[in-house]
Design a protein around this ligand. Structure first.
Ligand code: HEC
Ligand code: HEC
Ligand code: HEC
Ligand code: HEC
Ligand code: HEC
Length: 408
């Protein structure tokens, strides 16, 4: 080895050293930055901003009482470990009502009924329990099926009532109530289910007819179980239900489910309601009234009893009255889905061009489905129905005549 080369080498090493140390500093800076970012994730910035706001508003002493670090509400009974309060620290603070989120006080009344330590956050809001970054916590990430049921999601689905989506969650616990304060969309949908007589064709909470599918746990179905071929909108369960409620035949051409001409708001409310019908996984103390059943009202029971013992008993016992009134027998339908049978003798002739006898022996349309699935009547029973409908018709004619002569 000669000196020159050694010198050159040393020179080189010197340059190299300079170069190396410059690189080293850069490297340190980069790792330092990454490390800094790592030790100060988004929530740390949010927490220090919160602390600053509190200090400014209420003084340093109050600010010093704020708990820092990852915060979590663990509720064993509901199987949730919600870290939302890591960023949403003001939940129960007074005086932060008019600050921007995430620093705003939570609406008070609802938390009084559902304390955070017993309910967490996600049972009402959805979202991702354990995530600690805003996007992820609010659930707008891939493979997470439960985004925050808030404004953003409502805008996405073009839901008019921005509070309707969260009510899907409210009703997981409140489903057996006729009405729940603060769940207006769900309340409206429950009212429609009664008014329109969905139970004529569907079992809901264990009661109802079997012309359509049992809806008791409709919310358990997964998105893949619906057919989107004819669904023009975005292919999701929610939009499928909305389209189906607006016009069942558009999605299922052969269906006998009537088109009730629901408004957009009503169709959305009903979609939220049927999606809330999941199998309860929470312990019974989380179900208001500690009741897993839908109880018919005393009035409903009495009316049914009265009709069961009158001249129209046959139509009550055979469940025809679920869809049909037989007015001259004092039988009143729960929902007027089919026509008043008091006029069937005449009406069948004019609507179907067939005699009543012929129609009931070989029915078409809804009655074909009803008599072949839900209410399979024997030949004798059909003959009995025909005879009774003749009586009802005679009575009705007399009623109409006396009404006319009275008018004269
Ligand atoms: C990393 C911090 C962070 C975490 C964790 C976090 N949030 Fe937020 N949240 C924010 C910020 C910031 C805003 C305000 C900006 C916005 O709306 O995105 C906000 C806004 C909200 C809003 C109002 C906006 C709306 O769409 O109505 C709700 C509700 C909400 N968060 C619920 C939750 C729930 C529930 C969790 C837990 C699953 C949670 N957040 C976890 C940071 C967070
Ligand atoms: C019992 C159900 C329930 C629970 C539990 C619950 N919330 Fe809420 N939260 C609501 C309702 C209802 C609203 C009002 C929504 C509205 O009016 O749009 C609301 C509103 C909010 C808002 C928006 C406040 C505003 O006015 O901008 C945020 C943020 C929020 N909740 C976060 C949380 C966090 C975080 C938790 C857990 C610590 C939580 N909530 C627990 C029902 C609940
Ligand atoms: C995890 C189950 C659960 C969820 C989710 C839930 N609640 Fe409740 N809620 C309860 C229980 C349990 C009670 C206490 C009822 C009782 O004392 O019988 C209650 C009480 C109430 C009350 C007071 C009822 C009264 O008679 O005083 C209202 C109003 C209410 N909830 C509305 C809501 C709304 C609105 C939502 C959705 C934003 C919601 N709840 C979400 C379980 C739940
Ligand atoms: C005359 C009988 C009838 C009445 C009344 C009726 N439905 Fe239906 N419904 C059906 C039939 C049949 C199907 C299956 C074919 C289809 O999807 O349209 C069905 C399907 C459904 C489905 C889709 C179920 C699934 O998973 O595919 C829902 C949800 C539903 N009905 C809700 C309702 C509601 C809510 C009402 C009251 C507003 C109602 N139905 C009234 C007969 C009826
Ligand atoms: C799930 C609801 C439902 C039930 C239950 C039901 N029907 Fe009907 N029925 C209808 C509908 C809807 C029509 C209208 C015909 C159509 O549009 O296909 C109808 C039509 C009829 C008609 C023709 C009436 C006319 O004026 O055109 C007769 C008769 C009839 N039903 C008899 C019965 C009898 C008898 C029973 C009990 C064994 C019964 N229905 C049970 C829904 C029902």
């Amino acid at each position: 080895m000669n000196h020159k080369t050694v010198k050159e080498k040393l020179d080189f090493v010197k340059k190299d050293k300079l170069f190396l140390s410059a690189g080293g500093i850069l490297f340190l800076l980069i790792t330092g930055f990454i490390f800094y970012d790592y030790i100060t994730p988004e929530w740390k910035d949010i927490q220090s901003e919160f602390s600053d706001i509190i200090a400014e508003k209420f003084g340093d002493e109050r600010a010093a009482t704020i708990r820092t670090g990852l915060q979590q509400t663990y509720v064993k009974e509901l199987n949730v470990a919600d870290r939302c309060i890591t960023c949403h620290q003001a939940m129960e603070w007074k005086g932060m009502e008019n600050i921007e989120n995430p620093f705003r006080t939570h609406p008070k009344e609802i938390l009084e009924k559902h304390p955070i330590n017993k309910f967490g956050c996600t049972p009402c809001h959805g979202g991702q329990s354990f995530a600690t970054e805003t996007e992820a916590a609010h659930g707008f990430t891939e493979h997470w099926e439960e985004p925050l049921l808030g404004k953003e999601l409502s805008d996405f689905y073009v839901v008019n009532n921005k509070k309707a989506m969260m009510q899907i969650r409210c009703n997981a616990c409140h489903r057996y109530e006729k009405e729940t304060k603060g769940a207006d969309a769900i309340n409206r949908a429950k009212q429609l289910v009664n008014e329109k007589g969905c139970r004529a064709c569907h079992v809901i909470n264990g009661r109802g007819g079997t012309v359509g599918p049992d809806l008791t746990y409709e919310g358990e179905k997964s998105a893949e179980q619906y057919n989107y071929e004819r669904n023009k909108g975005f292919a999701s369960m929610f939009s499928w239900h909305i389209a189906h409620f607006k016009n069942p035949k558009e999605l299922i051409p052969e269906t006998v489910m009537p088109n009730f001409n629901f408004s957009s708001n009503d169709a959305q409310a009903l979609a939220a309601l049927v999606m809330s019908w999941k199998k309860p996984t929470m312990p019974i103390e989380y179900i208001p009234g500690h009741n897993f059943r839908d109880v018919p009202s005393q009035e409903e029971i009495e009316k049914e009893e009265r009709m069961k013992n009158g001249p129209g008993a046959f139509f009550v016992n055979k469940q025809c009255f679920v869809c049909h009134s037989v007015s001259s027998f004092g039988v009143e339908a729960a929902a007027q889905i089919g026509p008043d049978l008091a006029l069937a003798v005449e009406d069948v002739q004019s609507r179907f061009g067939r005699t009543l006898d012929d129609f009931l022996m070989k029915p078409t349309g809804t009655m074909d489905v009803v008599l072949s699935t839900m209410l399979p009547l024997t030949k004798e029973e059909r003959l009995e129905a025909i005879a009774k409908l003749r009586q009802a018709y005679e009575l009705k004619k007399t009623e109409l005549k006396t009404a006319k002569t009275r008018q004269k």
